[in-house]
Each structure stands twice: as C-alpha cells, then as structure tokens.
Design a protein around this ligand. Structure first.
Ligand SMILES: [Zn+2]
Length: 112
C-alpha cells in the first residue's frame, strides 16, 4: 500500500483515496508541426520503468487536484509529491532519490 501526500491540501492517505494518471511530464506533441509518428508516441507510448518513476495522481476523494509523485516501482518507496505545474521534481526530492539510491546501491532504473 502506498502512502501519498497531496501537495495542495496536505492530506496523507492510502493510495485508494487517489487515482493514478500515468507517467508525468509528457510533452504534448499535437498539431501540424509534429509528425504522425510523434503524435502516436505522445498518445500511446509510456515508460514503464523498474525503478524511479515520476507519475501523476489525482486526489480523487479529497480536493480533486492533480499532482506529481516520485516513487520507486521496485520498492514502492515514495520519495515525495509536488505540484502538477512543475517541470521536474524539486531539488529536495531529487536529493532524497540520490541519497536512497546511494544507500541501497540500486541503479536509478533497470528497465525503462
Ligand atoms: Zn488534496
């Protein structure tokens, strides 16, 4: 069971209070300036790493807002959550990931 914290309302709850939304930080590739292959990649292809994953979650039974979570799919350890508008995790979460990987000796990912 994952324990997630909503960065907007501050509630920490089990994952059943939230709804997963897949990979975070996907660049939208729609419109005439992008090829069909780029649009297909944007629409259908997602990373499914065995390791550190940045993903979107919605506080479904709370404030209803979307946010991002950094967690490890091998250990289910949650490194932290942050606002949906962020382009990447805040430095404190990056530092926490680096520290845990150094402690465990695990690579960031073993499968992408
Ligand atoms: Zn919330």
């Amino acid at each position: 069971m994952l324990l997630l914290t909503c960065p907007y309302c501050g509630v920490t709850a089990e994952e059943t209070e939230f709804h997963p939304g897949g990979q975070a930080h996907i660049e939208r590739k729609a419109g005439t300036e992008h090829s069909d292959a780029e649009f297909e990649e944007y629409l259908f292809l997602r990373n499914n790493p065995k390791g550190v994953h940045l993903e979107r979650w919605r506080h479904q039974y709370g404030c209803g807002k979307w946010f991002n979570v950094a967690r490890d799919t091998r250990t289910l350890e949650v490194y932290g959550s942050y606002e949906i508008e962020a382009k990447e995790p805040p430095q404190e979460i990056k530092d926490r990931i680096a520290q845990r990987l150094a402690e465990t000796g695990l690579p960031e990912k073993t499968v992408n």
